[in-house]
Design a protein around this ligand. Structure first.
Ligand code: GRF
Length: 199
């Protein structure tokens, strides 16, 4: 049986698209069951619909800062769709420990740095400022420690002398689009060997 995957987004959803395209292969060990955005204006919603996947928004603003109430609605939606694995793909809401524990061992995230370096925001600028020669991205299990769950795969690219945070982000994104589907394929098949990609 293919595992049912829900993808949570907040924005353009380019990582979501790479996951959906990969799962369009009928031999894939997982299949998408729903895409959920916390922002009704997220560009990724229309892209998911175009790819034939149910997409809906749960606007976090309606819950006026009550994270638990937002997550109750989110959990209900995920359960209604029979979700077995949750992929965070540019999902920009902090999740409470209760929600994270509910999905422990079944929720993945992609983070734009070589963790444990540069958790949090502004990773590209921080890698350049630190004088790094390489940068990259990480897919990891989500735990209650921010950007610190078990690492499932990483991709690395060189930092060029002329790189800016924007140019580095733009060169890293295609590697994210390779890494996340590669990790999900293994993860959904129960294979915990780490994926490593060099760009
Ligand atoms: C990616 O850089 C991802 O690593 C980060 O947010 C960005 C999302 O981009 N968490 P997209 O919405 O997948 O295009």
């Amino acid at each position: 049986m293919r595992k049912r995957v829900a993808i949570l987004i907040s924005g353009s959803g380019s990582n979501m698209v790479s996951l959906l395209r990969d799962m369009s292969d009928r031999q894939h060990p997982a299949l998408p069951c729903v895409v959920v955005s916390n922002r009704p204006d997220a560009g990724g919603l229309a892209k998911a619909t175009e790819l034939g996947v149910e997409a809906l928004a749960i606007d976090h603003r309606i819950f006026k800062g009550d994270r638990a109430a937002f997550e109750t609605q989110l959990t209900r939606t995920l359960e209604e769709h029979g979700t077995e694995i949750v992929c965070l793909a540019g999902f920009m809401r902090v999740l409470t420990p209760g929600f994270i524990e509910r999905w422990a061992g079944r929720m993945l995230n992609i983070h734009p740095s070589i963790l444990p370096l540069f958790p949090g925001l502004h990773t590209h600028a921080r890698a350049i400022d630190a004088g790094m020669a390489i940068h990259g991205c990480t897919v990891h299990e989500v735990t209650t420690d921010l950007d610190a769950g078990p690492i499932l795969g990483q991709a690395a690219i060189p930092i060029e002398p002329e790189d800016t945070p924007d140019s580095l982000a733009a060169r890293l994104l295609p590697m994210e689009h390779k890494l996340y589907p590669a990790v999900l394929r293994r993860f959904a098949a129960g294979d915990r060997r780490k994926v490593s990609l060099l760009g």
